[in-house]
Design a binder for this molecule. Structure first.
Ligand SMILES: Cc1cc2nc3c(=O)[nH]c(=O)nc-3n(C[C@H](O)[C@H](O)[C@H](O)COP(=O)(O)O)c2cc1C
Length: 323
């Protein structure tokens, strides 16, 4: 156990996806244990009142820690201990034991995985085949262009319902980093580059989600300006990630990160379309594609990213993630 370097481990665990890139997980290392803490200041009362996304994000972070340990021939074992210590905004959540393990075959894909929100390469038959290889126990993959088109429309309809809520918009804007000189640009939240926006588009997004939303919505212009349908239609497939209906979201989050890494291993990239799973009408629209007894946890549009479309991900400095 001498060889473990907490800074390197938390840096790798922090590469996990999290809602709005809030990065809620904090860590405390003991002799052969590691405790997961949560920063309560990173919760999203407007966008995630039931804390579904917070739990998914914490689960993904724990999977990130397990993957990081696996590169060191170690593994993370649940102790079943639920913690409750509190320090300011930080609250201890769960204790894990660090035990001997073996390299996880998905671990080599951790560094490359990232959200791809721009357009995809024109879809080829090979891309659809690659997308279909991801279908499995917890993933349904839709590649039929007509079906993708109808889901795309639904994503926008569902998304617009959330955008209409001023509290949702204000919260989302507070996590958007629209200018490069924002001191949080490389730290957390969604910067313009990650959102695949030019400088002008970022400026426009700030206005559309801010003071201009109401007047634009009144004349039916807010919906087209926040629409994602065109990009979604250009995807090779839509991945519907589903889990047992009674599974705690924390556990679903661990599996979700693994599904996303399988995407990377298949040479594809994707972007989450949370509105589909979070909106009742959205989930109902794809319900027939989700097996009985399963819940739609998340959905991603997937495809082949153009060469050179990657970007530097914003992350909190690892030192600050240690409790
Ligand atoms: C629970 C959850 C919900 C998410 N919802 C969305 C979403 O609706 N739209 C989106 O573009 N990305 C969404 N994401 C992706 C995050 O914004 C992304 O993981 C985060 O910004 C970190 O960036 P990375 O994936 O490039 O590492 C979601 C991620 C999680 C874990």
């Amino acid at each position: 156990m001498n060889s473990i370097d907490p800074i390197a481990l938390v840096a790798e665990a922090a590469l996990a996806p999290s809602v709005h890139n809030v990065q809620p997980a904090r860590w405390r290392f003991g002799g052969s244990t590691v405790d997961l803490w949560e920063d309560l200041a990173r919760r999203l009362p407007a966008g995630d009142p039931e804390r579904r996304d917070a739990e998914l994000s914490l689960g993904a972070a724990v999977e990130g820690m397990a993957l990081a340990l696996s590169a060191r021939d170690l593994a993370l074992e649940e102790t079943g201990e639920v913690l409750a210590e509190r320090m300011g905004d930080l609250i201890a959540r769960r204790r894990f034991r660090i035990v001997p393990g073996a390299r996880d075959p998905l671990q080599p894909h951790v560094r490359a995985r990232q959200s791809h929100r721009g357009g995809f390469e024109p879809v080829t038959g090979r891309d659809r085949e690659a997308a279909l290889t991801l279908a499995g126990e917890d993933c349904t993959v839709v590649v039929d262009p007509q079906r993708i088109g109808s889901i795309a429309q639904q994503v926008d309809r569902s998304g617009h319902r959330f955008f209409r809520d001023p509290a949702f918009r204000a919260e989302l804007r507070s996590w958007m980093r629209l200018r490069r000189d924002d001191p949080r640009w490389s730290r957390d939240g969604l910067n313009a580059e990650a959102m695949a926006m030019t400088r002008v588009e970022a400026l426009g997004a700030g206005l559309v989600l801010g003071p201009l939303f109401r007047p634009l919505d009144a004349v039916g212009l807010a919906a087209p300006l926040t629409a994602e349908a065109a990009v979604i239609r250009g995807s090779a497939g839509i991945l519907l990630f589903h889990r047992a209906a009674d599974e705690p979201r924390f556990d679903s989050g661990r599996a979700f990160y693994r599904a996303w890494l399988r995407l990377e291993a298949a040479g594809l990239r994707g972007a989450v379309m949370a509105a589909l799973a979070d909106d009742r009408e959205g989930a109902a629209r794809v319900a027939e594609l989700v097996p009985a007894g399963r819940t739609l946890v998340s959905a991603l549009r997937i495809g082949r990213a153009p060469a050179g479309s990657g970007y530097r991900r914003a992350r909190i400095k690892p030192r600050e993630l240690l409790v």
